[in-house]
Design a protein around this ligand. Structure first.
Ligand code: AMP
Ligand code: MG
Length: 279
């Protein structure tokens, strides 16, 4: 199954997130059975990142958006852990600082976009400026509603500069979210993640869904597609995301750069003594 085809959002389409099954696992039945496939994708990602870094001509930007407890941290930890920390960066976007808020909404994200050869993962992103900002009316309608076009222009520019962009929405059901909050309460090592606003935000679920539906249908493009990943099952989320990222890297046509030296000459000049010594 090609999850890029299956989960991609079509621009301008009518999207109803409540109609999409967050518990979908396709033909895969259990984590155990899916594990070899997940590992194979993660290994592919690792190998391709090595080529991306060596080639240093293109870059990859991966955006994760989702409601609380949908698994943004988890997918980053599980799927990107194989990549070399040299050349891989993760940035989380929280409420803007005073300094950040004094600039345009794309400014702080643009500072973090990948340079050539780099992979950058955004844990939340400039999309918060048409999501939480819209739901909580932090700026007037006339301001946020113009941001979809600005985002499309921004992503077009990044793409023309050699950046492949992948955007993932991790889709969980309200019931699954509540059960994950409960698990966090019960697990002393994860209590630190809970805030009261996690619960109060749940009351705005329909407003968030409407904001996500608009954001994704208005900004899913060929060069910066949105994927809706069924994420009630963490292992299926990891499987789908790792396959999509590995396939996208595969299509970038990455190659090792050509050797910059005359091998025979270098061997003769600097390794002759070593060879003689060995003989
Ligand atoms: P977390 O990712 O759960 O640690 O929380 C980060 C919080 O920052 C979330 O509640 C986001 O909605 C919020 N946030 C991120 N970006 C923005 C933004 N541009 N404006 C307002 N709140 C934001
Ligand atoms: Mg949170």
């Amino acid at each position: 199954m090609d999850y890029r085809k299956k989960f991609a959002v079509e621009r301008g389409s009518k999207l109803r997130l409540s109609k999409i099954d967050a518990s979908y696992t396709g033909k895969h039945e259990t984590h155990e059975k899916a594990l070899p496939e997940i590992q194979a994708h993660v290994e592919r990602m690792d190998k391709l990142q090595y080529l991306l870094f060596a080639d240093a001509n293109q870059s990859l930007l991966v955006v994760f958006q989702a409601l609380d407890a949908a698994g943004k941290d988890g997918v980053i930890r599980h799927v990107f852990s194989g990549m070399n920390p040299q050349g891989t960066f993760v940035y989380g976007f929280k409420q803007p600082s005073k300094y950040e808020a004094a600039h345009d909404f794309l400014w702080r994200a643009h500072l973090r976009t990948p340079g050539k050869g780099e992979v950058v993962v955004f844990n939340r992103s400039y999309y918060e400026d048409v999501l939480v900002v819209r739901v909580h009316k932090l700026v007037p309608n006339a301001v946020w509603s113009k941001r979809y076009d600005l985002i499309n222009d921004f992503e077009t520019m990044l793409s023309q500069n050699g950046t492949t962009i992948l955007k993932f929405y991790l889709h969980i059901s309200p019931e699954e979210q509540l059960s994950r909050f409960k698990q966090r309460l019960d697990d002393p090592s994860r209590r630190w993640k809970i805030s009261e606003s996690d619960y109060s935000e749940r009351e705005l679920w329909p407003e968030y869904m409407a904001a996500y539906e608009d954001a994704m249908t208005l900004t899913s493009t060929k060069h910066a597609p949105w994927y809706i990943i069924p994420a009630n099952h963490k292992w299926f989320r990891n499987l789908a995301v790792s396959q999509i990222v590995a396939d996208a890297l595969d299509e970038m046509g990455l190659k090792l750069p050509p050797t910059r030296v005359d091998l025979a000459d270098i061997r003769r000049k600097y390794h002759a003594a070593q060879r003689e010594g060995a003989e």
